[in-house]
Design a protein around this ligand. Structure first.
Ligand SMILES: Nc1ncnc2c1ncn2[C@@H]1O[C@H](COP(=O)(O)OP(=O)(O)OP(=O)(O)O)[C@@H](O)[C@H]1O
Length: 327
């Protein structure tokens, strides 16, 4: 049995079905991305998993214990970081964490040790005596994450933790989450910023209007969407030159004249070319089509300095699975 099993979860708010028959599972040591646009039902699902809300129907088992029937037994196993978290005025980082360690029932030396170990893990030792109100958003978020870790939970629920963080803080967050997964913790992280989740997560659930549209390992989601759509995107970079603008326009026209080219966009010295292959085409046909485009560019004397397929990302996978379903 998986550490977390979510089965047929539903949550109605009056006539609105915010979560509709959602089923997924997560193993210890796994990082699951919970992806969906605003209003998809991510926070509602996470709040139910955090035992802060009850489902209208369905079951959630955490280490075999029902969150619905026995929330008190499941609560020590989970840590929840909401999308909006507060800190208190006039308390230092250490005091803040110590306060919550007391709330978790930790006492004496064990409490001090736990607070120190959480501060060390989250890199907060140098900031221990700083007021929480003086911290940057990235550092405040580490304090919030540290607070979530004090009771050493086995499942972490993080609602949009990367929202509003600068790129450096995001990379640091990713490393912290990877270290937690390596310790055997299961992590669920929600976001509508798809590209950054691809680097953090092992698997993903894509949810929209309360319904689960796709789930699986990130690599599989990327690949399956690509096969289904038969779309290949290429990035062509032209050497920068004095007549760059004219060269770019010539290359763009030439690409649009080629069979199977459906769209070309030009940014500075790069062209993004979208090809649509015949149904049933595979990687060999895609490579042959790309080779023909490169040959056409070179035959016209266009100064191609780089030519590569654009890697599909989660955004593409999301667009493929949600196509036509957005109300
Ligand atoms: N307490 C509530 N009462 C009534 N409707 C609610 C309540 N909480 C959420 N909803 C509705 O349920 C739907 C799902 O909301 P939810 O907050 O779970 O989405 P989300 O995917 O987390 O979106 P966001 O990224 O905007 O937070 C929305 O239509 C929302 O308006």
């Amino acid at each position: 049995m998986s550490l977390l099993e979510v089965k047929g979860l539903r949550r109605d708010y009056g006539a609105l079905r915010a979560v509709d028959d959602v089923t997924f599972s997560l193993e210890a040591g796994g990082i699951l991305g919970f992806i969906g646009p605003n209003g998809a039902g991510k926070s509602t699902t996470l709040r139910i998993l955090a035992t802060l809300d009850v489902p209208t129907a369905g079951e959630v088992l955490l280490d075999g214990k029902s969150l619905v029937d026995a929330p008190d037994q499941a609560r020590p196993l989970l840590g929840y970081m909401p999308d909006r978290y507060g800190t208190y005025d006039d308390v230092t980082v250490r005091e803040f964490l110590d306060f919550f360690a007391r709330a978790y029932g930790l006492k004496g030396a064990q409490r001090r040790q736990r607070v120190d170990s959480v501060m060390e893990f989250t890199g907060l030792i140098p900031l221990a005596e700083k007021l929480t109100t003086e911290l940057s958003k990235g550092m405040r978020q580490r304090v919030a994450l540290g607070r979530t870790l004090l009771h050493d939970p086995r499942l972490l629920l993080l609602d949009e933790p990367a929202d509003g963080l600068d790129p450096r803080a995001r990379i640091e967050l990713r490393e912290l989450l990877r270290a937690l997964a390596d310790q055997g913790k299961a992590v669920i992280i929600s976001s509508h910023i798809l590209t950054e989740l691809a680097e953090i997560c092992d698997s993903c659930v894509i949810i929209e209007q309360g319904r689960l549209l796709a789930q699986g390992r990130v690599e599989d989601l990327l690949r399956s969407g690509a096969d289904a759509s038969q779309v290949v995107e290429l990035v062509v970079r032209l050497a920068a030159g004095t007549e760059g603008e004219a060269v770019g326009a010539r290359a763009e026209r030439l690409m649009l004249e080629q069979p199977r080219v459906k769209d070309v966009t030009r940014e500075a010295s790069a062209l993004r070319v979208r090809l649509e292959l015949e149904p049933g085409s595979g990687p060999m046909q895609a490579e042959a089509a790309a080779a023909a485009l490169l040959a056409a560019l070179v035959a016209q004397g266009l100064p191609v300095c780089a030519f590569s397929p654009r890697e599909r990302n989660l955004e593409d996978a999301f667009m493929t699975v949600t196509k036509g379903r957005v109300a």
